[in-house]
Design a protein around this ligand. Sequence first.
Ligand code: KIV
Ligand code: ZN
Length: 531
Amino acid sequence: MTSHTSKPATDTQTISATAHVAIFDTTLRDGEQSPGAAMTLEQKLQVADMLEQLGVDIIEAGFPIASTGDFEAVSSIAQRSKRAVICGLARASAKDIERAAEALKQARRGRIHTFISTSPVHMKHKLQMTPEQVLEAVIGSVSLARRHVDDVEWSAEDATRTELDFLCRCVEAAIKAGATTINIPDTVGYTVPHEYAALITALRTRVPNADQVVFSTHCHNDLGLAVANSLAGVMAGARQVECTINGIGERAGNAALEEIVMALSTRADALPFTTSIETPLIARASKLVSAVTGFPVQYNKAIVGKNAFAHESGIHQDGMLKNTQTYEIMMPETVGVSKSSLVLGKLSGRHAFRDKLQALGYDFGDNQLEDAFRRFKDLADRKKHVFDEDIVALVDDAIAHEQDRIKVLNLRVVAGTFGPPSAELELSIDGVTALGVARGDGPVDAIFNAVKTMFPHSAVLQSYEVRAVTSGTDAQAGVSVRLEEDGKSVLGQGTDTDTLVASARAYVHALNRLLIKRQRTVPEALPAVGH
Ligand code: KIV
Ligand code: ZN
């Protein structure tokens, strides 16, 4: 192997004026594996379809060895994808790589993404491997992946805490073994922009044949620097950015796709790079991911937060009325946010409702629309004014609960001071109706106990939160419930004008997510790398 200090490989690797940056979306892999998030197969397919429409270049669809569910998701997405490259993750083990290759068999364009840790702390404590063994594993895993597909990405997990000389040797070995993309993850969100840029530059200049591959960023957000670090990587020559919708991902998340894309498009003067993203679909993609994961988007989140284009202070409002450019650097329409604030009521028809959904960023087929319209009418009967927030809550609730195996059918609760709180609850479990009755310390406790009589489980309630979706005493209640079982944590959401019904729906929703999580069985420690 050539020394990493040999002649720079970048003589021809100039950064062109309008270079294209490939968007590698890992919402369905890094995003889905984050605590609390879990999606059903149907939901993953919905998200994958959305990502294709959005125009992402590569969809990381899952980690095929992790569970049958992950395998099925990768293979189904591979079969239906028309444009994007579909990618499956694999550790540096033959079993992982073969499982990924099997899942990608039907992909029009498939990529195997194989990774191994390269930092001293990971090699010693996590892998219990020497650097030489890791280097062998890099060569073995990339070569094996290349026997299955032409498109192989290799990642140095914890690259930003890896000794540079060793990282150069690993990258060189991966390129020689056939990797076509080299990903440099900031796995623990530790780096800072100038340091990350220097790392990408060092690799591109020091590693032989670096100009034959695409360098990629994969930055976590533990210090809130994921987007800044990714952009610094691009400025230093990376031409692929790994990111997720709404920035979801392990711990504090990944770089947010919408922020990367809008920074590149809004500041094209300072960041002369293009992407293939259809930016008017961003709001829809954000809503869908929030609904299927149950992760709310923080109000002040850049680009997709509820307040991202809202102007509250008098001075700002005055300026905006005179000229929107006074306080707005992007037009809301460019990311699919419409300013319409038409309030609906019980006399509003299907057309007004469909227009409203579209203005809010939802695009439903006829069946889904009919379902949502029925729920809207039901809500409008109970509530005088139906606001945008009500519609968003109603539609997100419908999307989130669509695939639930356990559903709340009916509920009667006795609460107050006259007698012990009790609940009578009717559930549908895999299509079979069951009735449970239980008492509790309070009405919510009684409901949760009633669920347990029909669906026994050992999950522990970690948090229970109620918020009003809008103002007014007839407002809908949005309830979030977090449960934990065997170290697996899940989040459930429920919305209803009745707080106790919303509580039952949220609790049952969390149990549905637990059912998905239970299927996931990736062994924590990597066994000996078997080639
Ligand atoms: O953060 C990370 O290092 C990863 C790798 C598997 C790419 O997600
Ligand atoms: Zn990651």
